[in-house]
Design a protein around this ligand. Structure first.
Ligand SMILES: O=P(O)(O)OC[C@H]1O[C@H](O[C@H]2O[C@H](CO)[C@@H](O)[C@H](O)[C@H]2O)[C@H](O)[C@@H](O)[C@@H]1O
Length: 262
């Protein structure tokens, strides 16, 4: 029987390799502005880019941040890279130049106005707010370990009031525009390139819809491989993955091994 790896080696052009950014390509750090992509992973992607049908990054980050932290622009071998940012709401193809400016929806503008006072009333005045244009991330890393759980219910109510979606993650809750997720983003790419083999690697709850999408695609006959970048913080993907790796270092090693096949 042909293994998944052999199928990819026999048909690289029919393969889509899609990866999450934070916790998968980049180590988790306290300050989201300092979460740089793992150099070895970027180098391996540069070797895989010219060989595989498509390499893509599907992230909760805005495209602009993923580009800054990933160092992908102009990197050898990544001249066909696609980045789907903000869970698929933004798309950037290498060669597009600078990403298009984001138009902030009214609901996000209202949220940004309300959040400082709202958080102060609930003991959350020290949280780190990340304004992503189509979302606001409320980060509690380094703060009271119970704070996120305390804020979760009230934040859901606030999101409902503003007609925004709630996206929980690793010591973060995002309120974001609804209507897209990593699953629909991944499936659209699979359709677009008529992929026969799809690899998706992720670490967190925002990646669950992409795992669901690969499972669904497999039921319809596509060849899929799910990789979990495991951590002590989140185990939701462990039992669902075909390959469990210990965080971004092992992800880098796995990508290097795949690149060595060609
Ligand atoms: O879809 P992803 O690429 O995994 O992005 C999800 C969110 O990741 C970022 O937050 C996480 O990483 C930070 C940097 O390591 C860390 O400080 C934080 O605790 C994590 O939750 C990012 O800041 C968010 O905007 C992304 O949506």
């Amino acid at each position: 029987m042909t293994t998944f790896r052999e199928a990819v080696v026999n048909d690289p052009a029919g393969t889509l390799l899609a990866l999450d950014f934070d916790g998968t390509l980049a180590h988790i750090v306290d300050d989201p502005t300092q979460a740089y992509a793992h150099e070895r992973s970027v180098a391996a992607l540069g070797r895989l880019g010219p060989v595989l049908g498509q390499v893509a990054i599907i992230t909760g980050r805005p495209v602009e941040q993923a580009l800054e932290l990933g160092g992908f622009v102009g990197f050898a071998g990544l001249d066909r890279l696609i980045i789907l940012g903000q869970y698929g709401a933004e798309r950037w193809n290498a060669g597009d130049g600078a990403p298009a400016p984001i138009e902030r929806p009214v609901a996000i503008a209202r949220l940004l106005e309300r959040l400082p006072g709202w958080l102060a009333e609930r003991g959350g005045d020290n949280v780190r707010l990340e304004d992503k244009g189509l979302a606001v991330a409320i980060h509690t890393r380094g703060l009271d370990p119970d704070l996120l759980a305390k804020l979760a219910g009230p934040l859901s109510e606030l999101a409902a009031e503003l007609d925004l979606a709630v996206e929980p993650g690793r010591q973060v809750i995002e309120l974001r525009v609804a209507g897209v997720d990593k699953g629909s983003a991944l499936k659209a790419l699979v359709d677009e390139m008529n992929a026969q083999h799809v690899i998706f690697a992720g670490d967190d709850l925002g990646d669950v819809p992409a795992f669901d999408a690969v499972d669904e695609l497999r039921r319809s006959g596509l060849d899929g491989l799910l990789i979990c970048s495991a951590s002590s913080e989140q185990d939701a993907l462990v039992s669902r993955a075909d390959v469990v790796l210990n965080g971004p270092d092992e992800i880098a090693a796995w990508l290097e091994e795949l690149a060595d096949e060609f």
